[in-house]
Design a protein around this ligand. Structure first.
Ligand code: GDP
Length: 194
């Protein structure tokens, strides 16, 4: 996989706005502040493509990024942000669930967790949902530059046990050091070739 072009095709606020062109969609999912924007910027090799550290003050749309004119990376709003109202949280989860429920072109998911923290109940719920939907997924453990090698191994065990995911499916990732980028390209290739 080489990423040659990327453009924001649509920021969708309801399902009628989802692209309907038959191209494969791969979702990027995670808690707010997990490093999702940095992850997207790193794999597409652009500094400020996805906006880093947006403080959610309003409902966020689902961003459909068209990559190489051949598939979409679907940037779902980060969940679990503490400082927003219950109603807004509910609206977010409805937006995320609606997408995951109705998207017929969704073929894979990249689930992000912070390597320093045990996955939360929300993460476990999301993971179970991906499994239930029989989606091909990979777990990305972000900010791996913050831990040493031994700590990384320990964290991978915790993530693997908490999410009930094989360790082989977890990629330690650092936007700072660009660790794990090739694993993600391999993953994207495997979904697109399927
Ligand atoms: P988002 O809310 O999930 O989109 O997260 P952001 O990409 O905005 O990142 C949240 C914070 O984590 C920012 O302060 C980033 O600089 C920091 N961050 C993201 N990725 C990394 C990483 O790989 N290493 C380190 N050390 N910090 C990171």
């Amino acid at each position: 996989m080489k990423i040659k072009s990327i453009e924001l095709k649509v920021a969708a606020y309801n399902k009628n706005q989802y692209p309907d062109d038959g191209l494969t969609q791969i979702a990027v999912i995670g808690r707010s502040n997990v490093g999702k924007s940095s992850f997207i910027n790193t794999i597409v090799n652009r500094k400020n493509f996805a906006r880093v550290s947006q403080k959610p003050g309003k409902t966020q749309g689902i961003n459909f990024y068209l990559v190489n004119n051949s598939f979409y990376l679907v940037d779902l709003p980060g969940y679990g942000y503490a400082e927003v109202s219950k109603e807004m949280k509910k609206q977010w989860s409805i937006n995320i669930e609606t997408y995951l429920n109705v998207s017929e072109y969704l073929k894979g998911a990249i689930m992000l967790v912070d390597i320093r923290h045990k996955p939360t109940d929300d993460d476990v719920l999301m993971m179970n949902y991906l499994k239930h939907r029989n989606l091909n997924y990979v777990v990305v453990a972000t900010k791996s530059d913050k831990l040493n090698r031994q700590e990384i191994q320990r964290s991978l065990n915790v993530i693997s046990e908490t999410l009930e995911v094989d360790k082989g499916k977890i990629v330690p990732f650092s936007s700072l050091k660009k660790t794990g980028v090739d694993n993600i390209y391999t993953y994207l290739d495997s979904i697109l070739e399927d």
